[in-house]
Design a protein around this ligand. Structure first.
Ligand SMILES: *[C@@H]1O[C@H](CO)[C@@H](O)[C@H](O)[C@H]1NC(C)=O
Ligand SMILES: *[C@@H]1O[C@H](CO)[C@@H](O)[C@H](O)[C@H]1NC(C)=O
Length: 398
């Protein structure tokens, strides 16, 4: 109790003190001049004012006054009472205070907390992979940001969405180095990724630098687009374009193509060739009227989606090639909501469960409401009948 009151009193004192002194957070770019105004000071000499600073350059408080000498090339008091730092450095981070007395004798204090920053060069992805292999960990590349302060952070984006390292499919190796003379930071972030089989075939990666100070803009690398292949290539030609055409692969997710009603099936056609071939889809021997594309998504699978699917890759120089056929079918399960390992399963199940619970709660509330209403009606009815009985009795007595 007493401790709480004491803390409260201190908070009050501190906040009042902050209000009086007008605490201000200042950020200054390294190498640029910084001017801090001494509030309440007369604009011209003679002035009664004193600057005190406690920074990485000072051992304790360093005092500067208009009459005194400038402090080397670090700081000096200007004729109007402001403090000038001609070129801010990392060591100038710290607290700056001025106490001024106006001509009428009123004292004003200014209090600044100065933090410095440097904008690093545009981040870059160095050593990017030439292509990625589905199902195995691949090094995508290393993102480098050089010359920033404070350190800040790097993050990777896949198709515009931030990749969260999970130690499994996505992992990141980070390294932070500091330049021995300038004190500026160089960040490295190496991305390892295991592309899902049957996932996107041409993912786009980029990397962003987030500054260590608030309200500073993030910086982005140019995106890189990589190709995901499902098998190792059988030897590349010397000039790179003489790649032998491989068989067209059709990957179905979930494996086996069987889902519970309402599940999702993803068919991905992989035809590793350059330039990428046009891909059309065939169901039960007939072409599907869809725009060409390597992924066929069947959401909310119903009976009409069952059948045999294949894809045809049409390459300008090799002619059409058809994949093996896979069948999509619906599992008839007794219970609802059990899916055979569908990727969307967990999300949908949770949704169904939530809706179920909400629905259940609603029903219970409705039932309770009905019961209460019913009881009231009953009670009213009893009261009415009692009244009429009493009336009857009275009439009988009269
Ligand atoms: C200044 O920064 C400190 C910590 O960095 C923060 O707690 C405080 O709220 C900031 N003050 C203002 C006026 O922004
Ligand atoms: C004092 O002079 C400097 C440099 O001329 C200027 O940047 C600053 O705003 C002035 N301060 C006040 C309080 O006028």
């Amino acid at each position: 109790m007493a401790a709480g009151a004491a803390v409260g009193a201190w908070m009050l004192v501190l906040s009042l003190w902050g209000a009086v002194t007008g605490d201000q957070n200042i950020t200054a770019r390294i190498g640029k001049p910084l001017v801090l105004n001494c509030k309440g000071a007369p604009k011209k000499p003679p002035q009664q004012l004193e600057w005190k600073l406690n920074t990485g350059r000072t051992e304790a408080w360093k005092v500067l006054s208009p009459q005194g000498d400038p402090w080397d090339s670090v700081a000096r008091v200007l004729p109007n009472g402001s403090l000038l730092l001609p070129a801010v450095g990392i060591q100038d981070e710290g607290t700056f205070r001025c106490r001024a007395t106006s001509r009428s004798g009123k004292e004003t204090k200014s209090n600044y907390r100065v933090r410095v920053y440097q904008i690093p060069g545009k981040p870059e992805i160095v050593d990017p992979a030439s292509e990625l292999m589905a199902g195995v960990p691949n090094k995508v590349g290393t993102c480098v940001s050089e010359g920033g302060y404070p350190a800040g952070t790097l993050s990777w984006l896949l198709d515009g969405k931030t990749l969260i390292p999970d130690g499994k499919g996505v992992s990141v190796k980070e390294e932070t180095k500091r330049h021995p003379e300038t004190g500026l930071f160089t960040l490295h972030s190496e991305l390892m990724l295991t592309p899902a089989r049957g996932g996107a075939l041409h993912p786009t990666f980029s990397c962003s630098f987030t500054p260590g100070l608030p309200r500073r803009k993030a910086l982005h690398t140019a995106p890189i687009q990589l190709r995901v292949s499902s098998e190792r290539r059988g030897g590349e030609g010397p000039n790179g374009d003489a790649v032998p055409v491989e068989e067209v692969q059709l990957v179905v997710e979930p494996e086996g193509g069987a889902v519970a009603p309402g599940g999702t099936v993803t068919l991905t056609c992989e035809a590793p060739a350059q330039p990428p071939p046009q891909i059309h889809w065939i169901k039960d021997g007939r072409p599907l009227p869809l725009p060409p594309g390597p992924v066929l998504l069947l959401p909310e699978v119903g009976p009409e989606d069952q059948g045999t699917y294949s894809c045809v890759a049409t390459h300008p120089s090799h002619g059409p090639q058809e994949s093996r056929a896979v069948s999509v079918s619906i599992i008839e399960t007794g219970e609802e909501g059990t899916t055979a390992g569908s990727v969307e399963g967990p999300g949908l199940e949770t949704l169904a469960l939530t809706l179920g619970i909400l629905g259940g709660l609603g029903t219970v509330a409705l039932l309770i409401g009905l019961i209460v209403w019913h009881r009231r009606q009953q009670r009213k009815g009893q009261e009415r009948s009692q009244k009429t009985r009493r009336k009857k009795r009275r009439r009988e007595r009269n």
